[in-house]
Design a protein around this ligand. Structure first.
Ligand code: NAD
Length: 327
């Protein structure tokens, strides 16, 4: 049986990939240092072997990669604003950690490493949709760091013949995404606030658009990338998104209906490093790994709101009855 390693397993996407693997009966190991991940995200993943540790430590990487066949590398500090105030931390968690992991994976004979790339690699180019043949134009330290990780994968693929695959995600959303920090994904923040009757803030005029991708689609793309024939995917970079876009203003209106929020958003000045439009061309992933989105935006948003609603209710119940576990 194959052993899978998921880095960033206590994070939003990592725990979702681990859960899908466990549901298929696979052997899974996770590693996380909880820099942004949550212990609560490990609930339900008890069958996963878990290592608490920092991938900046080569010993942690060596232990994590031992006897592993396939790695899903999700660990990173995934925030544009944080990368502007603290680019060193971003570099450590996105570049240093990735290089350590690649070296350990190479030494342990890992067959394939699937990397969480980012649409931020495309920068603010007016060309839509974004396709993988475009010259990368990172406009934030986060984008530069995620792109550096891609280039290290490419180098390891060329030099060592490692089967590396990059999936560039575009604004992923869904259950388990942390809604509590300024750096959280916009949909997670909006869901939490609007369910609580609080006014969400839209930075800019709200006309900026995103290829919001429900988590199940990203998990699906990862599983396909892990099992596709090596000759099709080795060294490849491909978008993992939906191929459709929606503005923040329209998203707000969808959420207004789903949450029952009655107010209007607060508009604030746009943020440095933010991108105006983001739409993926998913043709390459369709061709190479047979990827198609499996959950559309409206249904994904409905499931997401429902999940935040239920976790909010559980959290209130846990406060009232502390013996109940908060999921
Ligand atoms: P997340 O913050 O929920 O998860 C990242 C996890 O990595 C966290 O649990 C964190 O504690 C862990 N981590 C970070 N540095 C580590 C280190 N040095 N050692 C061990 N663990 C470490 O973020 P996410 O949204 O799940 O993102 C997962 C991946 O997807 C990231 O690589 C991110 O760059 C990429 N990505 C995410 C999105 C999105 O919309 N969420 C879009 C594009 C790309």
């Amino acid at each position: 049986m194959q052993l899978y390693l998921v880095t960033g397993a206590a994070g939003f996407i990592g725990r979702s990939i681990a859960a899908a693997l466990l549901a298929r009966g696979e052997l899974v190991r996770g590693v996380d240092n909880f820099i942004t991940g949550k212990r609560a995200n490990l609930n339900g993943l008890e069958a996963m072997e878990f290592i608490e540790g920092d991938l900046n430590d080569p010993r942690v990487c060596a232990k994590a990669c031992e006897a592993v066949d396939i790695v899903f590398h999700e660990a990173a500090l995934p925030s544009v604003p944080l990368s502007i105030t603290n680019p060193i931390a971003t570099n450590q968690c996105c570049v240093g950690a990735t290089l350590n992991l690649l070296m350990a994976a190479q030494a342990a004979g890992v067959r394939r490493l699937v990397y969480a790339g980012s649409s931020s690699a495309y920068g603010d180019s007016p060309t839509q949709p974004k396709h993988e043949g475009m010259l990368p134009e990172p406009i934030s330290p986060y984008a530069a760091a995620k792109l550096a990780g891609e280039h290290y994968l490419s180098a390891f693929s060329h030099v060592h013949g490692m089967e590396t695959v990059v999936l560039r995600y575009f604004n992923v959303f869904g259950p388990h995404q942390d809604p509590t920090s300024h750096y959280s994904g916009v949909l997670a923040i909006f869901c939490r606030k609007m369910l609580a009757g609080e006014v969400p803030t839209i930075y800019g005029d709200g006309g900026q658009s995103r290829d919001f991708t429900y988590i199940d689609n990203v998990v699906h793309a990862n599983l396909l990338a892990a099992s596709a024939p090596a000759e099709k995917v080795r060294g490849k970079v491909m978008n993992a998104a939906t191929g459709s876009r929606i503005t923040l203003n329209d998203t707000f209106h969808h959420l207004r209906r789903l949450t029952g929020f009655k107010g209007s958003p607060l508009y604030a000045q746009g943020r440095a490093g933010d991108i105006r439009e983001s739409l993926a061309d998913i043709t390459l992933a369709q061709k190479l790994i047979g990827y198609e989105p499996i959950v559309g935006f409206p249904e994904g948003l409905r499931r997401t709101v429902e999940w935040y609603r239920q976790s909010e209710e559980k959290s209130h119940a846990a406060q009232a009855y502390p013996s109940l576990e908060y999921a």
